[in-house]
Write a protein that binds this ligand. Structure first.
Ligand code: TYD
Length: 142
């Protein structure tokens, strides 16, 4: 069976000085993939739930570079966890095949998303039952 990476929080190197803060995120150094895509989400309020999908291929790192939000993750096999993103020098690593909901955005939230792949709607799974079935099928011993 394939190896599966775990969701984890990552602390990034800081090189701030008396001029201000500087945080570094290098692909394959500070995070476990090369960055092919960057997008960011802001202007979502505390009533909005974003995400609500899993990806067949893409790995992500999410960083609240301003404000805060929460991420609820599900592995499709019964594990569910909630993470608070509230520091510009800390991110969450999301491997492929993780269901994610982003919610509870503060008014000043800017959620930076780093992705291992270019955008391809075909690799997004947006139905939860389809996701659990996909996971079950993929994790079947050969
Ligand atoms: P969506 O996946 O719903 O965003 P989120 O998961 O953050 O709630 O994306 C919203 C729209 O933007 C949807 O029409 C697809 C498009 N989109 C792209 O074209 N490229 C991208 O890299 C992303 C993340 C979304």
């Amino acid at each position: 069976m394939a190896e599966y990476a775990e969701v984890k929080m990552i602390e990034f190197p800081q090189r701030g000085d008396d001029r201000g803060h500087l945080v570094i995120v290098e692909g394959m150094r500070d995070i476990p993939f090369d960055i092919k895509r960057v997008f960011y989400i802001y202007g979502s309020d505390s009533t909005v739930i974003r995400g609500q999908h899993a990806n067949k291929k893409t790995e992500f790192v999410l960083i609240n570079i301003s404000g805060h939000s929460k991420v609820r993750i599900k592995d499709g096999r019964g594990k569910e966890e909630i993470f608070l993103l509230d520091r510009p020098h800390t991110g969450i690593y999301l491997p492929r095949l993780i269901w994610k909901d982003m919610y509870d955005f503060s008014a000043d939230s800017i959620l930076l998303c780093l992705a291992s792949e270019h955008y391809d709607p075909e690799e997004y799974i947006r139905d939860y039952r389809t996701f659990t079935e996909y996971v079950k099928e993929e994790r079947k011993p050969e």
